[in-house]
Write a protein that binds this ligand. Structure first.
Ligand code: CP
Ligand code: NVA
Length: 333
């Protein structure tokens, strides 16, 4: 597995998320500025509108995207692939376990070779350090399609959905209920950059990682709060967001987590404590009866299907920026 490959690599991970001066990577939302977020929102709404009225943009004509995945995916994989096709480009999917990585080919060599074939790479794997290693060696843009630590593209498209539903971000109370996981970490990053009001309710022992939380809290002067009580978190909330209790790679903890997280289920009783026009979000896949009840997932407050759709439009905007005509790649050999 890709993770094992990293263990054998004794190089120091790079100190920054994206260390190449010329080409740009999207490894965490900390790689973006508030202006970048604004540009992504504007372009993703424009692309959505153009798609709905049948305009076929060709902004990625002649470009090829590689998707290297070491974990399962439905939405991220298919929306990136569809985004490439709809913008006139091509994509190629590689299950990491079918590659020579499984036979210990160094990640640096893999990155250098794939950079000769592709204009950009979307990578889903376990280790954020491994992703950094890959990006440091690649001469084309590397986009994080989920690691154990972050899921930046998910949160970018979720912010688009929030804007679409609410028309604004700045005076919303966003309640995260459940595990302090990779998606929660990207919410912390986004909240720090945009100054969002984010309240997380997580069981003891399952709060976000200290360093990611502290950095976000320090950057936002009281706008980010972590609690243990889900009812307190959702009171007067404009948005309730949840995610699975056991993320990919944590399957062996699944039964234990079901016990710990039981009081954190998003159900109609919890939703009733929020504002009347609260929206309920979930990045999917959902486990009905665990982190979210079937009635909350299918109820009038749920926006999860629009949320899933918006991954397509936001991924188009991301690809245009990172591998489109204006993006830069470097020849380092
Ligand atoms: N939300 C999300 O990333 O879904 P997939 O795991 O299906 O890509
Ligand atoms: N936290 C989840 C997100 C899935 C899209 C996981 O990592 O499995």
């Amino acid at each position: 597995m890709l993770q094992k490959q990293l263990v054998q690599n004794d190089k120091e991970p790079c100190s920054c998320e994206s260390n190449n001066e010329m080409k740009k990577d999207l490894l965490t939302l900390r790689d973006l500025t508030a202006d970048d977020f604004e540009a992504f929102f504007a372009r993703s709404f424009e692309l959505k509108e153009r798609h709905k009225i049948g305009i076929h943009d060709r902004t990625l004509q002649g470009k090829t995207l590689g998707l290297i995945f070491d974990k399962p995916s439905t939405r991220t994989r298919v929306s990136f692939e569809a985004a490439m096709i709809q913008l006139g480009g091509d994509s190629l999917f590689l299950n990491a376990r079918d590659s020579q990585l499984i036979r210990n080919e160094p990640i640096e060599d893999t990155a250098r070779v794939l950079s000769r074939y592709m204009d950009g790479l979307v990578v889903r794997t376990y280790s954020q350090d491994l992703l950094r290693e890959l990006a440091a060696a690649a001469s084309v843009a590397v986009i994080n399609g989920l690691t154990d630590l972050y899921h930046p593209c998910q949160v970018l498209s979720d912010l688009m959905t929030m804007l679409e539903e609410k028309g604004r971000l700045d005076d919303l109370k966003i309640a995260w209920v459940g595990d302090g996981n990779n998606v929660a970490h990207s919410w912390l990053n986004a909240s720090a950059i945009l100054g969002l009001h984010l309240v997380l309710a997580c069981p003891e022992g399952y709060k976000p990682k200290d360093d990611i939380l502290e950095q976000a809290v320090n950057d936002t002067a009281g706008r980010i709060v972590v609690l243990s009580d889900p009812e307190q978190a959702v009171r007067d909330a404009d948005v309730i967001y949840t995610d699975v209790w056991a993320s990919m790679g944590q399957e062996s903890e699944s039964e234990h987590r079901k016990e710990i997280f039981k009081p954190y289920q998003v159900n109609e009783a919890l939703v009733a404590l929020a504002k009347e026009d609260v929206i309920v979000m979930h990045c999917l896949p959902a486990h009905r009866g665990e982190e979210i009840s079937a009635d909350a997932l299918e109820g009038m407050h749920s926006v999860v299907w629009d949320q899933a759709e918006n991954k397509l439009h936001m991924h188009k905007a991301i690809l245009e920026k990172f591998i489109g005509q204006e993006a830069v790649s470097v020849n380092r050999d």
